[in-house]
Design a protein around this ligand. Structure first.
Ligand SMILES: Cc1ncc(COP(=O)(O)O)c(C=O)c1O
Length: 426
């Protein structure tokens, strides 16, 4: 089908994400992807700065991933995990638990990050029911946090970060506080917990980098403080590594940099190397043991139809092979240094509030962005795909990006921000 046909025929029937469909500019029609390039249907080629919401860590169409998926497709694309298991899912579960620290030992598969978070929340609540403390139903979550778009995940995301305003008052009430990044916020958290201690099921945080809530960074000490606080009030500590997992912050998992073992971890995005939808909620042995019983009522009643999809698990196993065989973390380091160097001039540009880099994440925080649609289009004119949100322009490229491609991304940012377009009134 030619572009005109599928684009024009389908556009009036699709509902796009995070989009006011009435005023949004028409989306770009993509013909194919290759490495760090997005090839548009009209023949233009864009260097990709986002890696499809941080999933495509090895670049697009990596031949090793493609072959693994093709091999699996020929044998068995999918089989339900109810009463059945298969090699790819079990191998992946074993490998993930081997990579994660401590006794994070049991993997529950699902198909999206939000659902992995819902499952973590259900696991935490039922863990306390099974342990005979049913009043522990609430979660402590943090300003600037984002954990997904389903009801439970929205309830633990920052209500003021702008994503879910329409749902204010409709979500189960949780305790949202500042991250304990200094003595004052640490004391404030202690106070809140002292007040709610026996009602808290768990604390949930994106370790080191809070992504979609504004790309805020915090340090390892903050995570150590959270571990200590959770232990003191007996609550479970959940690390949402859906953004930070698989090398993005410079180590395989962000929790490693803090030396903290959470009670649960959620994973998705780069888990399958950007090929197929897959997510996981990984629990420590003590959490799993709360469900281990002769009583069927104590089982975890959750089971997404496509959980542990064989194609997705094959892709994830192949992605882990690539992390073992290719120097991904060294590449992240190199990207980090290059982005810090090449984006430093932004600090002196008008309207720039902050420039920060962590691992393969670079953030230019503006005082404000006037016309975000115009800014996005301006980047496309420069031959790059960069998707600012709020007051944030950011890069999260594939770890395989070539140095000259990365320079095209940073160069476009320096140029476009320098034009003053970013700070202008909307
Ligand atoms: C930290 C974090 N948690 C959860 C999610 C939700 O994942 P999904 O979009 O796959 O539902 C995201 C997505 O951006 C995320 O960054």
């Amino acid at each position: 089908m030619d572009r005109k046909h599928w684009y024009e025929a389908g556009l009036d029937h699709v509902w796009l994400p995070y989009t006011q469909m009435k005023v949004a500019r028409p989306p770009l029609a993509v013909a194919r992807t290759e490495g760090c390039r997005i090839v548009l249907a009209d023949g233009r080629e864009l260097i990709d700065g986002i890696a499809s919401w941080w999933t495509a860590c090895h670049g697009y169409n990596h031949p090793y991933l493609r072959q693994a998926v093709e091999r699996q497709l020929a044998t068995m694309p999918h089989v339900m995990l109810g009463g059945l298991v298969h090699e790819q899912a079990l191998t992946l579960a074993q490998r993930l638990t081997g990579l994660l620290p401590g006794d994070l030992d049991r993997v529950f598969f699902s198909e999206s990050g939000s659902v992995a978070v819902e499952i973590a929340m259900k696991m935490a609540q039922q863990c306390w029911i099974n342990r005979g403390e049913p009043k522990r139903t609430k979660f402590v979550a943090f300003k600037g946090g984002y954990h997904g778009d389903t009801m439970g995940a929205m309830a633990v995301s920052d209500p003021d970060a702008g994503m879910h305003d329409a749902f204010r008052g409709l979500l189960p009430e949780q305790v949202i506080v500042d991250l304990p990044s200094d003595a004052a916020s640490g004391d404030a958290l202690e106070l809140v917990l002292a007040r709610h201690a026996e009602n808290i099921a768990g604390l949930i945080v994106e370790p080191l980098v809070q992504g979609a809530g504004g790309m805020h960074f915090h340090d390892a000490a903050t995570l150590q403080r959270l571990r200590a606080v959770a232990d003191r009030c007996g609550a479970l500590l959940i690390f949402d590594e859906i953004f930070t997992g698989f090398g993005r912050t410079g180590s395989m998992f962000a929790c490693e940099q803090a030396g903290v073992v959470p009670d649960m971890v959620t994973l998705s995005k780069a888990l399958s190397g950007g090929t197929l939808p897959l997510a996981a909620t990984v629990a420590r042995r003590s959490v799993f043991e709360a469900f281990w019983s002769d009583d069927p009522q104590r089982a975890l009643m959750h089971g997404p139809t496509y959980m542990g999809n064989a194609l997705a698990c094959a892709a994830a196993n192949a992605s882990l092979d690539l992390f073992e065989r290719e120097p991904r973390l060294a590449q992240v380091n190199g990207i980090s240094r290059q982005m810090a160097r090449e984006l430093a001039p932004c600090r002196d540009l008008p309207g720039v509030k902050d420039v920060r880099v962590k691992g393969a994440i670079a953030v230019i925080e503006m005082q404000q962005i006037g016309d975000i649609h115009a800014l996005r289009a301006r980047f496309v004119e420069e031959g790059v795909f960069i998707r600012p949100f709020g007051a944030i322009i950011y890069l999260t490229p594939a770890f395989t990006i070539e140095s000259h491609e990365l320079s095209r991304l940073t160069g476009a940012i320096v140029k476009v921000v320098g034009e003053g377009i970013a700070g202008g009134p909307g």
